[in-house]
Design a protein around this ligand. Structure first.
Ligand SMILES: CC(C)(COP(=O)(O)OP(=O)(O)OC[C@H]1O[C@@H](n2cnc3c(N)ncnc32)[C@H](O)[C@@H]1OP(=O)(O)O)[C@@H](O)C(=O)NCCC(=O)NCCS
Length: 186
């Protein structure tokens, strides 16, 4: 189980089977907002679908191959930070994030994603962390940029999102850049 504090009243904790109903409700309440940009939400229609999705990440977490952390606030589950895969050989990982529509606009996703990037560099000792954002998904791109990742290029039609292929921007940070930034900030 991964548990990481983010800021006052907000923490990240691995999603588990018992969270499936809360996650399902959050997805239903934000269906249009999420399905527009996420590669996975449209496939999750029932609590059982969500349960299976959560289980897949439980397995990845147990193998050190990825994880899905819920963003927990005083108002319950607000969203999540997904680590799709951890490539142990090349010491890199890909991170994504999502929020229920009513939780946007308060810096929650940027703070949580930044916390996870720091965790992957400092605790998992990775060399590179990637984020891929739909080219027109400007809110998501701002999160990646606020986390200090650099734009590397465009992957044309790299992901099928709900009902169409979407070009994605590849953002990445390297551990040495991250540590240099931390040094500069202290
Ligand atoms: C992508 C997504 C998580 C971004 O949500 P968000 O609310 O814009 O991101 P944050 O929680 O970091 O909030 C940032 C906003 O809060 C504002 N804000 C308010 N208080 C803040 C604070 N203390 N710190 C930082 N930002 C703050 C910022 O100004 C910013 O708004 P702006 O972009 O209009 O300037 C959200 O739009 C979403 O869930 N979209 C659907 C799923 C998705 O696209 N996921 C990414 C797939 S690649």
């Amino acid at each position: 189980m991964i548990e990481i504090p983010v800021r006052s009243g907000v923490s990240l904790r691995s999603l588990r089977q018992r969270d499936a109903a809360a996650m399902h409700q959050l997805i239903i309440d934000s269906r249009t907002h999420l399905d527009r940009w996420l590669r996975w939400s449209a496939a999750l229609q029932s609590v059982d679908d969500v349960s299976e999705f959560v289980m897949m990440f439980e397995k990845r977490e147990a193998e050190g191959a990825g994880f899905h952390l819920g963003m927990w606030t005083e108002d319950g589950l607000a969203g999540g930070v997904v680590c799709w895969h951890i490539d142990q050989l090349n010491r890199n990982a890909e991170v994504g994030y999502w929020l229920g529509a009513t939780f946007t606009g308060s810096g929650l996703a940027s703070a949580a994603a930044r916390t996870v990037v720091g965790y992957l560099f400092e605790s998992v000792e990775l060399n590179r962390v990637e984020m891929q954002c739909g080219v027109p998904n400007l809110r998501s791109r701002r999160v990646a940029e606020r986390c200090g990742l650099k734009q590397e290029g465009i992957r044309r039609e790299s992901h099928w999102i709900t009902d169409r292929f979407v070009d994605h921007v590849m953002y990445a940070a390297l551990c040495k850049e991250w540590m240099d930034e931390l040094d500069a900030a202290t």
